[in-house]
Design a protein around this ligand. Structure first.
Ligand code: NDP
Length: 283
């Protein structure tokens, strides 16, 4: 292959240099023998349009999009998939027939993670207590509603929670959730940045002893992998799901879109990412 056929893609973030996505896509590219690259592209918000346009003009296939660019990517695109349109944010933009398309595969990633780590959770008619109403929470709420779950949204700011509840036919409650809000919830999901490394601290009132026996707790955060909320949930006897398989689950369709090939399932991506996380923790 010549450099002209090389497929270039990456992840847009600010910061982006600590992203796990290059290791993830790089492993699949190597396993498939694809002449392609996947790079972390750090872009300040004020440079977003110019730099992203420049790369698409130079023939890049597309980008995963992470904080804080998910809304900017959605607005930048010429077209939006129905999923992105419903969410108003995009985690994947790509070139198709000379136009830029915005998509969002976070919801798919969320369901993939649940299937990998807690396959016994039945979502149809289940009550799910969801912390957060930001971009990730929107993707999760729509995915859950699509599976027939009833979503109870607990968010610090009431307005986005109300809007999201209206969009998915759910209900709202305060954050941190009061005792009644945990009632009958089979699944509790954290889609806030509370407990993230360098993120907001966990409020004392967030008490997993209020969860129903047998409930599962899913934290979208994977930095750290064992979040303060996962530690609390385990201490209260809950089964837990970490955010790493969601990252892998959204990357799978992204890889197909960007490189036109299937991810290689013989590659133990989770093990590769765990090694990366362990190495980063030592530095
Ligand atoms: P957003 O900025 O869109 O939303 C942030 C959310 O966190 C909002 O609901 C916000 O509430 C809440 N929040 C922020 N600070 C506080 C606080 N001090 N107390 C209570 N609530 C707070 O971010 P995203 O939705 O994109 O990401 C949320 C989390 O999900 C991040 O930690 C991210 O790493 C993770 N994530 C993981 C993915 C994965 O693949 N595993 C994919 C995408 C995200 P308010 O509305 O009141 O501001």
């Amino acid at each position: 292959m010549t450099p002209a056929t090389r497929i270039r893609a990456g992840v847009l973030g600010y910061p982006a240099r600590h992203s796990l996505s290059p290791a993830l896509h790089g492993a699949w590219l190597a396993a498939r023998g694809i002449d392609g690259t996947y790079e972390a592209v750090e872009v300040a918000p004020e440079d977003f349009k110019r730099k992203v346009r420049g790369r698409f003009d130079a023939g890049w296939a597309g980008f995963n999009v992470t904080m804080p660019h998910k809304r900017a990517a959605f607005e930048f695109a010429d077209e939006r998939t129905s999923t992105a349109q419903a969410l108003g944010v995009s985690n994947l933009i790509f070139a198709r027939d000379g136009r830029i398309v915005a998509d969002n595969r976070d919801g798919e990633g969320f369901l993939y993670g649940l299937g990998r780590q807690a396959p016994d959770v039945a979502l149809r008619d289940a009550i799910v207590l969801l912390f957060g109403a930001g971009g990730a929470a929107q993707a999760v709420a729509h995915a859950l509603a699509g599976e027939g779950a009833r979503v109870r949204i607990a968010n610090r700011s009431p307005e986005p929670a109300r809007a999201l509840a209206d969009a998915v036919g759910g209900e709202t409650c305060a954050f941190p959730a009061s005792r009644g809000a945990w009632k009958a919830a089979a699944l509790i999901v954290n889609a806030t940045s509370v407990g993230m490394a360098d993120g907001p601290a966990v409020p004392d009132e967030l008490d997993f002893a209020r969860a129903e026996p047998g409930a599962v707790f899913y934290d979208l955060i994977y930095k750290p992998l064992e979040t303060p909320l996962i530690v609390r949930a385990k201490a209260a006897g809950l089964k837990t799901v970490d955010g790493l398989d969601m990252l892998i689950g959204q990357a799978r369709p992204a890889f197909r879109t960007l490189y036109g090939a299937e991810p290689d399932d013989s590659v133990d991506i989770r093990a590769i990412l765990l090694a990366r996380i362990a190495a980063a923790a030592k530095t």
